[in-house]
Design a protein around this ligand. Structure first.
Ligand code: HSE
Length: 429
């Protein structure tokens, strides 16, 4: 082992990821020191209670993370508390004010305050690592910031929330309903403290805002991300998706073109030939399109103690070896806000599921609504007959602009025979 001075680490938060990080630093200490050329030394940790099961002998323990951040002697503060504001932001700000570096898994904080924190780091001489904030153990931040630095990236899309992917995969495999599977995902520890962050797409939006910033060299813009979650995806839609040759996935999609930048989170029908269709359970995956490299695909565990600790320690290794640079790849003053693409111009094919009263003329009325908005139908499915009952009718339509599709949907919703309508985009690369 080397005699070089250790990188002194203080960890704020000893929950799932904090515990995993302590364990990794302990179990892999020799390997890390050999690779970094100096030891990575955990010198302090803060949590409400000291977990007895973690190897914390000789580590200064603080019940108050703010006190640790302000007073303790460390080189890097690892923030694993979570939340966009509050203690997490306080301890990170305190560390950066002192000219220390920060490593964090906190996607909400980076999405909302990353630019201000990066500016503070630049002013005070620290660095910020946030590999663990997106995709758990998948090295997607490094991939975009460093591995793809020679490209103009035009698109980044991914399955960025393990809880939603677990729910959608399990609903498909078991035929069970959404609420039942959500409860299971919570019991398995995949979900955020507030599961609405997962299922309403907020967590994916935070991660997408970070990826878009790196991909397009723009400041993070969480307010520019449009967001739909998976609450309304039914077991029936999942069955029809199967039949039509798709999987339903919650996607975060960021693209940049002459029209401007689009950053959107929505459930989508993904063709089985698509790299994301077979990403199942709590796994995440990210597809990137660059002008020289073409398409790259990264897949791995998007959450959990060990994968996320792996990403935290990757950032610590960069700090230990001096492989550091501006937070988002460029200094804050050179990140350029980009215009948003005009609303409604996004083009895609769509799946539409109607619940209709089974009576003569319904198809003709629906077809007329589509025709009025110049939306072209691809296929339609209705099985059996159930006069006087409500039955599902499923259609797919060819690629159209979203504004036309939404106008057609309003017309269809207005038909007396239609009692419910579900609209899901069909994704293409
Ligand atoms: N709740 C998140 C997920 C954890 O389900 O992916 C990792 O950010």
């Amino acid at each position: 082992m080397t005699k070089a001075s250790p990188l002194k680490i203080a960890i704020a938060g000893l929950g799932t990821v904090g515990g995993g990080t302590v364990q990794l630093l302990h179990d892999q200490a020799e390997l890390l020191a050999a690779r970094a050329g100096r030891p990575l030394a955990l010198v302090a940790a803060a949590a409400l209670e000291k977990p007895a099961e973690l190897p914390l002998d000789g580590v200064a323990f603080f019940a108050d993370a703010r006190e640790m951040a302000k007073s303790c002697d460390y080189d890097v503060l690892v923030e694993l508390i979570g939340g966009a504001k509050g203690i997490a932001l306080d301890v990170v700000t305190a560390a950066l004010e002192r000219g220390k570096s920060v490593v964090t898994a906190n996607k909400a904080m980076i999405a909302h305050h990353g630019v201000a924190l990066a500016r503070l780091a630049e002013a005070k001489g620290g660095n910020i690592g946030f590999e663990a904030s997106v995709g758990g153990g998948i090295p997607v931040i490094k991939s975009l910031r460093e591995g793809l630095a020679g490209n103009r990236v035009t698109k980044v899309m991914g399955i960025l929330n393990g809880t939603c992917n677990y729910i959608l995969t399990t609903m498909r495999d078991s035929g069970r309903d959404f609420a039942d599977v959500l409860a299971e995902a919570q019991s398995l520890g995949y979900a955020e403290a507030d599961p609405s962050f997962d299922i309403d797409g907020t967590d994916t939006a935070h991660k997408l805002a970070i990826l878009a910033s790196l991909a397009f060299a723009m400041p993070t813009n969480i307010d520019g991300v449009s967001c739909e979650g998976i609450r309304n995806v039914s077991a029936l839609d999942i069955r029809y998706a199967d039949e039509l040759g798709y999987r339903i996935k919650l996607l975060g999609v960021a693209s940049s073109s002459d029209k401007g930048v689009e950053t959107r989170v929505y459930p989508a029908m993904v063709p089985l030939s698509f790299p994301l269709a077979h990403v199942s359970g709590p796994f995440n995956a990210i597809v990137t399109e660059g002008d020289f490299v073409g398409r790259t695909v990264l897949e791995g565990r998007g959450a959990g103690a060990r994968p996320t600790a792996s990403a935290v320690v990757a950032d610590l290794m960069d700090l230990a070896t001096g492989r550091v640079g501006p937070t988002f790849g460029l200094t804050v003053d050179t990140l350029k806000p980009l215009p948003a693409a005009p609303a409604g111009t996004h083009r895609s094919a769509f799946y539409i599921r109607l619940m209709v009263r089974d009576e003569p003329g319904v198809f003709a009325d629906v077809a007329a609504a589509l025709k009025a908005e110049k939306v072209s139908m691809e296929q339609i499915i209705q099985r059996g007959r159930a006069p006087s009952e409500v039955v599902p009718v499923v259609m797919t339509v060819h690629e159209t602009d979203e504004a036309s599709m939404l106008r057609a949907v309003e017309r269809i919703r207005g038909l007396a025979s239609v009692t419910d309508l579900q609209l899901i985009r069909i994704e293409s690369l």
